[in-house]
Design a protein around this ligand. Structure first.
Ligand SMILES: Nc1ncnc2c1ncn2[C@@H]1O[C@H](COP(=O)(O)OP(=O)(O)O)[C@@H](O)[C@H]1O
Ligand SMILES: [Mg+2]
Length: 314
């Protein structure tokens, strides 16, 4: 299989509430492969947002490691994190977080402003992304002139425009009705598969999570189960292959009730290599185009802006 884009090792986040310790993350280990659509699912308060915020470099872990594209997130300082997020991470918010006075194109192009990309190229890339999410006819619309589902498509296009290593989405369909939810979910899945885009989505809804390639179940800050839909698909394909030869493999009970292979990860310390860490990113200092000097605006960080808003949800 592909190489890991994210490695999370022995991750803890402990909040002190007075003299009480809240173990929001209580020893978490997993990795995510390139191109994977990974869903993290659990009930409210299970630690999903904490985990996502930590992977996006919005909060420091109490203990443990997060390696993304070979870089240790937990070792970076605030300004390094801002740069890292702008270059490597896209974020889709439950509440879209679009600029109301900007058109869809301007909203999608905005993250590129801070990477020193020329205006013409910003627009071209924004238009390409808006077409990808099916908004060709709405490019000049402002958020107020679009439905919730359309606004979230703009949000998805904005997350993708920087060609990020990973797109994180925290309850991205939380404000949508059930039909629109399925449309947006399937769009996220489709983009992940067709563009080989790594996506990590957090949800409290098991049905929505079941659309993921892998489903990481979290409870009380611990991973309790990881389901692998690709392994299921491969196993089924292999079984069909066997069936075509003639005799079906001896069935224990009925084929229909064969349980899905579930990988038990309750034992931490799964094999992990430091290979990714060794491959330090060469793309750290992306040269800016001559006609568009890099604008340093550390205040611009959509994830940071939305942090409090998002944390109070769910
Ligand atoms: N900033 C914080 N201070 C104290 N406790 C927090 C903070 N953020 C989250 N928690 C606690 O950590 C646990 C996990 O929260 P969270 O990650 O937001 O869960 P989820 O997103 O799954 O609903 C909860 O018990 C929550 O109350
Ligand atoms: Mg949450």
């Amino acid at each position: 299989m592909g190489k890991p884009v994210i490695q999370v090792k022995d991750l803890y986040k402990i909040y002190m509430i007075g003299t009480n310790k809240v173990r929001a993350l209580n020893g978490v280990d997993f990795s995510i492969q390139k191109g994977e659509f990974c869903c993290i699912v659990g009930t409210s308060g299970s630690g999903k947002s904490t985990l996502l915020n930590m992977m996006a470099g919005l909060e420091k872990p109490t203990k443990g490691q997060i390696i993304i594209a070979g870089e240790h997130i937990e070792k970076k300082n605030e300004s390094q994190l801002v740069n890292f997020r702008q270059a490597h991470v896209g974020f889709i918010f439950q509440s879209y977080n679009l600029m109301q006075n900007m058109t869809a194109i301007e909203n999608v192009a905005m993250p590129l402003t801070f990477q020193g990309v020329s205006k013409a190229e910003r627009e071209a890339r924004a238009i390409k992304m808006l077409k990808l999410v099916g908004l060709k006819k709405y490019m000049k619309h402002r958020p107020g002139q679009m439905s919730g589902g359309q606004q979230q498509r703009v949000g998805i296009a904005r997350a993708l425009v920087v060609n990020p290593e990973i797109v994180f989405a925290d309850e991205p369909t939380g404000n949508l009705d059930s039909n629109t939810t399925m449309e947006v979910l399937k769009l996220i899945q489709k983009i992940s598969h067709e563009q080989n885009q790594t996506m990590v989505m957090v949800t409290h809804d098991n049905h929505l999570a079941s659309f993921g390639d892998r489903i990481i179940h979290i409870s009380d800050g611990k991973i309790i189960k990881i389901e692998d839909n690709r392994a299921v698909a491969e196993a089924m394909a292999a079984r069909e292959g066997l069936g075509a030869e003639g005799d079906a493999p001896p069935a224990e009970g009925t084929m229909e009730t064969t349980p899905l292979p579930v990988i038990d990860v309750t034992a931490p310390g799964a094999p992990a290599t430091d290979q990714a860490a060794a491959e330090t990113s060469a793309a750290e200092d992306t040269p800016a185009e001559e006609e568009a000097p890099k604008i340093i605006v550390p205040e611009y960080d959509p994830m940071k802006l939305a942090e409090n808003k998002e944390n109070n949800k769910d």
